[in-house]
Design a binder for this molecule. Structure first.
Ligand code: ARG
Length: 603
């Protein structure tokens, strides 16, 4: 209830200023902006919100907290707008002020949202009420060409997509960038190796399998590490490529295409949209990065390489950590590309994207890299005021044994087989359930439900964890019909669709709503928290906030639906309860959509 809460904040601030005009002179209290410390209560017995300021102001105002609270309450109750939102405030304990929103105000809010296809979530605006047009870049997924896309990339894809969806829904212009690793020494090695073992791969499309490509890559790395001659020729190959030699470029393009087509299959299956703009895109801007850092006196020669020594970040041997910008052989690094990318992304168009916020979604193993790169960009003054660049790190995906996720035989798991297994298990569960319930369903129904549940379960299991922590991958847990899982949430939508099938109409929104039971009010209040959850995701970039909210909503809904009649209720009670079902299903569908999970009418 962001709008009601904002109104209350204003009223509380006003009340403080009126109660203590001297201390609040100039809109500040003891040098700080006046803050009534309005928070949500954690126990519904104490109402919806509480004001905590009285306790913190005793020293400044030299009064007992309960006296301060009394003065605030006196001012609050004089105010008409406040009185139209809340029942009379109650002072509790040493001086908390408890606020309860009036039931009619909650109903009014619910009706407004029922009639709004955005469910009461406003489009993002600047402080002075303008739409924000500068793009937000979400850099996510970003696998490496000629290498396998691994579970870390899957996590980045799922989390990045959800963040992008939430920002898009809020009306932001989101640029979803796939910063694929498509440049650098590895191509010299690979092309050089393929020349001797599978030259056809360098001239003909799809001459080799992607799995082979990965193996060729591995082999070429081995040769690179052990054979001086091979290493030398690989370096020459990189130079050829960088100089735009047509045969090298053609070979490089073929290799990229092959990987790209393979990645695309995964994106299609996950219904994730990305714009590829790989590392190679920034090639022409790399020398400028070096020259400009040099002109700013930030570069130091260290062992032939040109580095920036970080401030406040120590490396091994307790010396300031150095980030290599240009290697001794003149080549550039991962960090150099990211610096060029920051400049391009923040530069106003037509020389760049003109983004106002850049979000990087990678595993937390890259936190040092981003800290370093962000610090350099900052010291070089490449981040204009008001613009934000943020790393959104996530933990490792582990097997149920807490170790790195592997196949039984110890190999890394292929993403395709991981998704296949989730879908197969969902199908197995579904067929068993159909048999138990003696239901006959078409094969196309079974396919649709298994795919939706299987993929949805993988996504939800990932998103519902606090992304910072490592997460244990368990098919059994993610596919369970109970607990904080995709199937549990999907099932609530199916239950509500069932009400319609049994003759309940959700089509007309009643003009008046009437609630008498606690379960109804609990559901009303839970439904009205949706905008807070969306807001949390947008600010903290933690999709698990939205998952937890949706899970809580399902639990509150199931209590309501299990304990109170809906179709058998009478008169306005029936239409009011149906309206709650409608709002619940709309909220779940939208919420799941923002997680990238489609919902089903039957399952
Ligand atoms: N390709 C990198 C990897 O696989 C991730 C790139 C992330 N984005 C970036 N701008 N550095 O680890």
């Amino acid at each position: 209830m962001i709008n009601l809460r904002q109104k209350l904040e204003r009223q509380c601030k006003l009340a403080l200023m009126r109660a203590f005009p001297k201390a609040c002179d100039g809109g500040k209290l003891s040098g700080k902006p006046i803050n009534p410390q309005l928070v949500r209560t954690n126990n519904p017995e104490f109402g919806d919100y509480q004001i905590n300021a009285a306790l913190q102001l005793t020293k400044i105002l030299k009064k007992a907290p309960r006296d301060i609270a009394t003065s605030i309450v006196t001012e609050l109750t004089k105010n008409e707008e406040f009185a139209s939102i809340c029942d009379s405030p109650k002072i509790a304990g040493p001086g908390f002020i408890n606020l309860t929103i009036k039931p009619e105000r909650l109903i009014q809010e619910l009706i407004t949202r029922l009639e709004d296809n955005r469910l009461g979530i406003p489009l993002a605006e600047t402080n002075d009420g303008k739409r924000i047009t500068d793009p937000i870049i979400v850099d996510f997924s970003s696998p490496n060409i000629a290498k396998e896309m691994h579970v870390g990339h899957l996590r980045s894809t799922i989390i990045g997509d959800s963040i992008a969806r939430v920002l898009e829904f809020r009306g932001h212009n989101v640029l979803r960038l796939n910063h694929v690793g498509d440049w650098g020494t590895q191509f010299g090695m690979l092309i050089n190796h393929l020349k001797s073992v599978a030259p056809e791969a360098l001239t003909k499309a799809n001459a080799i399998d992607i799995g082979d490509l990965v193996n060729f890559y591995r082999k070429s790395k081995e040769r690179f590490d052990s054979d001086n001659n091979f290493r030398e020729r690989s370096r020459e190959e990189v130079v050829n490529l960088q100089n735009g030699d047509p045969t090298s470029l053609k070979a490089w393009k073929l290799l990229c295409k092959q990987s790209r087509d393979e990645f695309q299959k995964i994106y299609d299956r996950l219904d994730v949209r990305l714009t590829e703009r790989g590392e190679s895109f920034y090639n022409e801007y790399l020398q400028d990065v070096v020259d400009d850092l040099d002109a700013l006196n930030l570069l130091v020669k260290d062992d032939g390489a040109r580095c920036v020594f970080l401030e406040g970040i120590l490396g091994k041997n307790n010396k300031p950590l150095a980030i290599i910008i240009q290697k001794s052989d003149g080549g550039f690094n991962y960090a150099t590309t990211d610096l060029a990318a920051i400049r391009y992304r923040l530069n106003p168009s037509p020389k760049g994207d003109g983004a106002c916020r850049v979000i990087y979604v990678t595993d937390s193993g890259q936190s040092n890299h981003f800290n370093g790169v962000f610090q350099i960009a900052d010291r070089a003054n490449w981040i204009p005021t008001g613009k934000k660049i943020e790393h959104v790190p996530f933990g490792l995906v582990q097997g149920e044994d807490g170790k790195k996720l592997k196949t039984r035989s110890g190999e890394t798991i292929k993403l395709k087989s991981l998704l296949d297994e989730a879908v197969n298990r969902a199908e197995f569960d579904l067929r068993r359930r159909l048999k138990e319930e003696d239901r006959k369903e078409s094969e196309s129904f079974i396919k649709l439900v298994s795919e939706t549940v299987g993929i949805g379960a993988v996504k939800y299991a990932d998103l519902s964890q606090n992304r910072i922590t490592n997460y244990q991958f368990s098919f059994d847990k993610m596919l369970a019909l109970h607990g904080n899982t995709a199937p549990y949430l999907l099932y609530a939508v199916v239950r509500i669709a069932g009400i319609v099938r049994k003759g309940g109409s959700l089509a007309t929104i009643p003009k008046q709503l009437e609630f008498t039971e606690k379960q109804e009010w609990d559901l009303v209040k839970e439904l009205l928290k949706f905008d807070d959850a969306i807001n949390d995701v947008e600010e903290e970039l933690l999709p698990n906030r939205l998952c937890n909210y949706l899970y809580e909503l399902c639990q509150v809904f199931n209590r309501f639906y299990d304990q109170l009649p809906v179709l058998k209720a009478k008169g306005s009670s029936k239409s009011s309860r149906l309206a709650l079902c409608l709002m619940t299903t709309n909220t779940l569908k939208l919420g799941m959509n923002l997680l990238g999970i489609p919902t089903l009418e039957r399952m």
